[in-house]
Design a protein around this ligand. Structure first.
Ligand SMILES: [Zn+2]
Length: 384
């Protein structure tokens, strides 16, 4: 199932290529050699690194070249928040006359058994959220991830990490905005004999070394379609990050980057809980010479008490929603009305919502959307 990576002409790519063009050789090996020199350079240039302007709104014509995607993880039944994210991703691509690809993110072996992948597909079909390619399963793509890992390895950018979860989450460790601990570099530069000694008893994870804080190459910036300009200094904001876990499962960040490129994805629409992983993914795209899609992070649906909806909230999963609302039009119409996508909550199919959709409406609600579950469900019946 591995296909050659095709370089796509993205609306974001001219600027991205321009930024890359400014890097002599652009190869990671050159990058390593240049790092010491660059570290002493004026960091004024840092904010220009990889900076992407907000892409222009694509024209509403068939075959526009826009490719959106669904990338659900089969760790449970879809909940209302997943439905919202899928709906917005679909509406954005369809409004632009684009295509949608479906990828099942089942890298974690725990997600590879059980009914969830089939139920996800069935729920998307029921909702009328159609796709043009896929489903592609990440568990079939291990060779492609290994190739990417080999490229990084050959560039000398990876090192083994033996730290336990408890060590990483030590109380003193600073944490990134997404809750992951910022890696202190404990295992960086470990002598080969020490690595060999430790490997006899423990399988290490693999980390990608990010540039030092004063190296402009480690500053990644982009403009999110909903949340506007974003910028991270990788060394400060996430540190050297995992590309493969100690159980040899490839890291989400690496797989997503490889798959988005292989599937020709030009726009990523997903929940804003993933906003802060974008810079890591862009850095990987740079190292692997892959195109960068446009990014749009959308608000998470929150329950009335401010808690984030999750797959644990079975009362709002697709099983309950389908039986309570009866038709996709009633569910989607109500969801679209409550989230500001449609002017009212009358039943509408996904196709009918294309005409209503605008990014301005999503931006207007970007500070998270509270859904009073009880009130939302009260409208489920035919009398609503
Ligand atoms: Zn470590």
């Amino acid at each position: 199932m591995t296909r050659p990576l095709v370089r796509h002409a993205l609306y974001a790519s001219p600027l991205f290529r321009e930024a890359l063009g400014a890097i002599p050789g652009l190869l990671a090996l050159a990058f390593l050699g240049m790092r010491r020199i660059l570290a002493s350079m004026d960091t004024q240039h840092a904010l220009n690194t990889f900076y992407l302007e907000e892409p222009p709104a694509p024209a509403c014509t068939a075959g526009s070249g826009v490719v959106g995607r669904f990338a659900p993880s089969p760790s449970g039944r879809m909940h209302l928040g997943n439905v919202f994210a899928s709906l917005v991703a679909w509406l954005s691509a369809r409004k632009a006359g684009g295509r949608v690809v479906l990828r099942i993110e089942d890298l974690d072996p725990r997600t590879q058994s059980g009914p969830w992948a089939e139920l996800l597909i069935d729920d998307l079909r029921w909702l009328g959220l159609t796709w043009d390619e896929g489903p592609l399963y990440q568990h079939n793509r291990l060779e492609a991830y290994q190739n990417a890992l080999d490229t990084l390895e050959q560039a000398g950018l990876l090192y083994p990490c033996f730290c336990s979860r408890a060590e990483l989450h030590a109380a003193s460790a600073p944490h990134a905005s997404d809750g992951t601990p910022i890696y202190a570099g404990t295992c960086k530069g470990m002598p080969a004999d020490e690595v060999a000694r430790r490997m006899r008893t423990r399988q290490p994870a693999l980390r990608l070394e990010v540039p030092a804080a004063d190296d402009p190459r480690g500053t990644v910036a982009f403009t999110d379609r909903v949340f506007g300009p974003q910028c991270e200094v990788l060394a400060h904001d996430c540190g050297d990050f995992l590309v493969r876990r100690s159980d040899k499962v490839f890291a989400y960040q690496l797989a997503v980057v490889v798959d988005d490129a292989a599937m020709g994805v030009t726009e990523v629409v997903r929940g804003c809980d993933l906003l802060s992983s974008t810079e890591r993914q862009m850095y990987l795209q740079h190292l692997l010479d892959l195109p960068t899609p446009a990014y749009a992070h959308i608000p998470l649906l929150l329950a009335a008490d401010g808690r984030r909806l999750s797959k644990r909230d079975h009362d709002l999963d697709m099983g309950s929603l389908r039986s309570a609302f009866g038709t996709p039009e009633r569910l989607l119409g109500r969801l679209a009305g409550w989230t500001g996508i449609a002017p009212d909550t009358r039943p509408r199919s996904a196709e009918e919502l294309v005409a209503c959709f605008s990014w301005d409406a999503v931006r207007a609600h970007r500070d998270n959307l509270c859904i009073d579950i009880q009130r939302f469900m009260e409208g489920a019946g035919p009398a609503a």
